[in-house]
Design a protein around this ligand. Structure first.
Ligand code: HEM
Length: 167
């Protein structure tokens, strides 16, 4: 795919306006402006970027949507509120970006699902030099795990109803 698209771009044709097209167009410009192939990224790196976007963008969004369906099945009062809002904003038309920004109830629901069932539930970091974090001094090479799931369910932060679905 990449080779094929490179050929069409070299022939001066407009790139396809999908993610790979945008990535290749920006890389192509970078190389052209920099005057040599040392600037810009290699084809292997383009492939890696595509994998990252696929994993970072697709898995997370799919997980969020799946849990949203589960939560709305369990809490049909919110399902009803969401449906009413969607019908009120879009009527019988296809959803479009401006309308999506007007969805307040749906946004509240998505945020609550992200809190209770976060697709990315831990973050990892590693110190590469001595660093002071809060009141603790860490040497290089320490692996830190930030358990977002626990923070999202913490009663001290969210109150006694932290476990409840309450957008
Ligand atoms: C509900 C959906 C999403 C969630 C929950 C989510 C969550 C996250 C989190 C927590 C990080 C930080 C990871 C870290 O620094 O350890 C991250 C990074 C990233 N996300 Fe997402 N993400 C979502 C959607 C997307 C989408 C749709 C895309 C792209 C199409 C995307 C692309 C990325 C990329 C490229 C990074 C790495 C940024 C960097 O280089 O530091 N994500 N995401």
């Amino acid at each position: 795919m990449i080779h094929k698209r490179e050929k069409t771009m070299r022939a001066g044709e407009a790139p396809t306006s999908d993610l790979l097209g945008l990535l290749m167009e920006s890389n192509f410009k970078e190389i052209k402006e920099g005057g040599n192939s040392k600037v810009g990224i290699t084809i292997d790196e383009v492939i890696e970027e595509c994998k990252l976007f696929y994993f970072a963008g697709q898995e997370t969004t799919a997980t969020l949507l799946a849990w949203t369906m589960v939560a709305l099945s369990m809490h049909q009062d919110w399902q009803q509120k969401a449906r009413e809002e969607v019908i009120q904003v879009f009527r019988r038309n296809k959803p479009e970006y401006d309308g999506l920004n007007k969805l307040k109830v749906v946004t509240m629901i998505l945020n609550e699902v992200l809190r209770l069932y976060p697709p990315a539930y831990i973050r990892m970091r590693e110190t590469y030099k001595k660093v002071k974090l809060g009141g603790v001094i860490l040497p290089p090479g320490v692996q830190l795990t930030l358990a977002m799931l626990l923070i999202h369910h913490n009663r001290e932060l969210w109150g006694e109803d932290a476990e409840e679905f309450n957008p």
